[in-house]
Design a protein around this ligand. Structure first.
Ligand code: 5GP
Length: 190
């Protein structure tokens, strides 16, 4: 049933706390399921294939583009592709659950344009660019060059925040999580 095919999207610049908010929502709202994206980037040491991402080669990714398998895809970072499979959303809906997407700003806008009112987009805003830099540094997963790339992209992405349904400022993670949970619960009860 089309009316049940809702989508929740959490988007934000890298380091704004999107992953923490996403994990919190998954633990609190039992009808949500994480939408596992495909990516051509290499797995980090703590990441599991088919749980965190479908880690695939660039050739396999291109093949999927030609098969029209993606609802959206982006080159999020230079040479690194990320995309949401249509089959992933269908799988989640077919279990009477609702996909929760953690995707970049451009991807979020694409999905929003396709699903309109069935889609809730929430932009997690960092309190400041300085704070974002600190968070990215403390994560320790990025080289200096990657860090600067992510920071530049973050500044660009912040300029799109008003295109989303809701903006949540992550000045305090617990508060931001609770605020987001309330927004999602309201949307799901409509
Ligand atoms: P990371 O490499 O840190 O896991 O993710 C980098 C960025 O790619 C994050 O902003 C993440 O939300 C985004 N991302 C993850 N999956 C997708 C996807 O399927 N589509 C798009 N457009 N972005 C994605």
């Amino acid at each position: 049933m089309a009316a049940q095919k809702k989508i929740i999207i959490i988007t934000a610049p890298s380091g704004a706390g999107k992953t923490s908010v996403t994990k919190y929502l998954l633990s609190k709202i039992c009808t949500l399921r994480f939408s596992v994206s495909a990516t051509t980037r290499k797995p980090r040491s703590n990441e599991v294939d088919e749980t965190d991402y479908y880690f695939i080669t660039e050739d396999a990714f291109n093949k999927k583009i030609h098969e029209d398998a993606f609802i959206e895809w982006e080159m999020v970072y230079e040479g690194k592709y990320y995309g949401t499979f249509k089959s992933e959303l269908e799988r989640i809906w077919s279990n009477n659950t609702i996909p929760l997407l953690d995707i970049d700003v451009k991807g979020a806008i694409h999905v929003q344009n396709q699903f309109n009112s069935d889609c809730l987009t929430i932009f997690i805003e960092p309190p400041s660019v300085d704070e974002l830099k600190k968070r990215l540094q403390s994560r320790g997963t990025e080289s200096l060059e990657n860090l600067q790339t992510r920071l530049n992209k973050a500044i660009f992405e912040l300029s799109f925040k008003h295109q989303f349904n809701k903006i949540v400022i992550n000045d305090d993670l617990q508060r931001a999580c609770t605020e987001t949970e309330n927004i999602v619960s309201d949307f799901l009860s409509q």
